[in-house]
Design a protein around this ligand. Structure first.
Ligand code: AMP
Length: 562
């Protein structure tokens, strides 16, 4: 008789039944004077006791602003100390932190702030090509006229104010120091009482992940969801207070704030941020100079570090463990990560934002073959199954859609019960949209996606969102977006465009149109202008056929498409 593709992870280590604030306080109590956080690009270092002072100060400041449990506070910034402080402070007051991708531009920013109903936004001033203050003044021209905290915007009626992380907050914004100064209005006892009211099943975080059906959806995660996921990831890596983890991945994503920050807080491990956004040399330097024992990244980050000319001059001998996730790891890369970066116990994790994120993980003892061809086995306390199109479990070795059930499954998509019901079925299974095979030993292999998401350099890109954006261009009559394989980014974005009759637009103009409106990583690399698309007889666009054509044309002559 065939064995069904169903497994349940071990249940030896109990789940943490506490809020994130309580877990943070526990770390402070246990590891008081050990190093908690190192932010190299800001020159900042905190012990757990020092970090607690900042976190509690920020939490009391947020309470002084009138922020109440369940209300949303957005953060729009690259990695920095204040991101981490805000994460724990907002959790302590019971607010729901809304992660906003720092590469987002106006359209996306407005959508996420409005959809989540943010009361306050905490934002950086500028970074690389992003001038956050200027963008905010475009979105909120009334900001500089309104008193701090008394914003009245027609576009974002629920937003009360903006807190700036920059040195010079623009008019109408509260500065970070100003927020911390407000702490004196609220006592430590009031903060403690506020924490006691919170439940670990309360929502604590919204992360926007683009759906296949239009605009991004806000995966709403509870304390229990993400605290336990960070904890179980750290358990698998055998993290302890003697470990120091380099976190070069973005904090706005689960990889940074859950697997990174919460993995560390639950084990007393030092969090090390090498730079505001990923930089291969700074990440390598952080590992060497901080004597780091662990490091995270998506495969493209490890490739960039391995290829860096200065790598060999750095002493990386303290490194032992880490996680590679986000997309499949080529075997050569894994071999070099083990040999050249000393990451002998490097593990592969698989999951998605909606499952907090990790659902399966390889173990420290898995051989290299298992680490590159599989994504590990079901994580503790979780269940995995692989189902066919009728939602029936398939036999081991057969392909189907991977589903996850357990503590890590999100509460739902924020204010979107229909999308939630499409993703989580009545029995509590999250349907991942990923195609997988479960082998005899219970290891899972990811085969592809049955949704048409593109993963470009670790960033998820949803064709539908880009298509809808291009429809706002007056010359565009129809557009279809696909991904094609790319040596550097894993996948690259190609847009097939049909223009309105009598209208003109070329690739440069469309690229220019994207600037400042959508995130740079969503801007198609290639454009192809067509009169029509390959269609089925029933009138459905054949994206697979478009992909074949683009792959062939790009391979043959890139200039045809550029
Ligand atoms: P996100 O919601 O940004 O975490 O993206 C989740 C998606 O990334 C999953 O549904 C998978 O398609 C993909 N993914 C995550 N981890 C892996 C992995 N280790 N191997 C292959 N694909 C992965």
């Amino acid at each position: 008789m065939s064995v069904p593709s169903y497994t349940r992870g071990p249940q030896t280590t109990p789940l943490l039944a506490m809020t994130i604030g309580a877990a943070f306080d526990r770390a402070v109590e246990r590891f008081t004077d050990r190093e908690a956080l190192v932010v190299r690009h800001q020159g900042l270092r905190y012990t757990w006791a020092q970090l607690a002072e900042e976190v509690d100060g920020c939490a009391r400041g947020l309470l002084a602003l009138g922020l109440k449990a369940g209300e949303r506070v957005g953060i729009w910034s690259p990695n920095c100390a204040q991101w981490c402080i805000t994460q724990f402070a907002s959790a302590k007051v019971g607010a729901v932190l809304v992660n906003i991708n720092p590469a987002y531009r106006l359209t996306e920013l407005e959508y996420t702030l409005k959809q989540s109903g943010c009361r306050w936004l905490i934002c950086a001033d500028s970074f690389k090509t992003s001038n956050y203050h200027a963008m905010l003044h475009d979105l909120l021209p009334e900001l500089h006229r309104c008193a701090v905290g008394a914003l009245e915007s027609d576009r974002l009626p629920e937003l009360q104010g903006v807190i700036s992380l920059g040195d010079t907050p623009a008019d109408g914004m509260l500065s970070w120091e100003g927020l911390l100064d407000l702490a004196e209005q609220v006592s430590a006892e009031q903060l403690r009482q506020c924490g006691e009211q919170l439940q670990f099943d309360d929502p604590v975080n919204i992360q926007y992940t683009s759906g296949t059906t239009g605009f991004p959806k806000g995966a709403t995660l509870s304390h229990y969801n993400i605290l336990n996921n960070g904890f179980m990831v750290g358990e698998s890596l055998k993290l302890s207070e003697h470990d120091r983890l380099v976190i070069p991945v973005p904090l706005y994503h689960c990889f940074g704030m859950v697997m990174g920050n919460l993995g560390c807080v639950t084990h007393g491990t030092t969090m090390i941020y090498p730079s505001a956004a990923f930089d291969p040399l700074e990440t390598l330097r952080a590992a060497a100079q901080e004597k780091a024992t662990g490091m995270y990244g998506v495969p493209t980050m490890f490739i960039a570090m391995l290829d860096h000319p200065e790598r060999q001059s750095l002493n990386l001998s303290h490194l032992r463990t880490g996680i590679m996730a986000g997309s499949t790891c080529p075997i050569e890369v894994m071999k070099r990560v083990i040999d050249d970066l000393h990451l002998k116990e490097m593990q592969i994790a698989y999951g998605m934002t909606e499952t907090s994120p990790v659902s399966t993980q390889t173990g420290p003892d898995d051989d290299i073959e298992h680490r590159v061809t599989r994504v590990g086995r079901t994580q503790p306390h979780l269940e995995s199954k692989v189902v066919d199109e009728q939602n029936r479990i398939v036999a081991r070795g057969q392909i189907g859609e991977l589903c996850t059930r357990g503590y890590s499954v999100m509460l739902g998509y924020w204010n979107n019960p229909q999308a939630t019901a499409e993703a989580i079925d009545d029995a509590g299974w999250m349907h991942t949209g990923d195609l997988a095979i479960m082998d005899e030993e219970g290891y899972l292999r990811i085969i592809g996606r049955n949704k048409d998401m593109i993963i470009r350099g670790g960033e998820n890109v949803y064709p539908r969102e880009i298509e809808e954006f291009f429809f706002t261009h007056p010359a565009v009559a129809d557009v279809q977006v696909i991904g094609v394989p790319d040596d550097v980014y894993g996948e690259e974005i190609v847009a097939w465009v049909r223009l309105h009759e009598g209208h003109q637009a070329d690739a440069d103009e469309l690229r220019e149109y994207c600037k400042g409106r959508i995130a740079h990583f969503k801007t198609p690399r290639h454009f192809k202008f067509v009169d029509d698309f390959p269609m089925t007889v029933s009138g459905k666009v054949q994206k697979f056929r478009m992909r074949e054509i683009s792959v062939e044309e790009l391979g043959a002559s890139k200039s045809d498409l550029l």
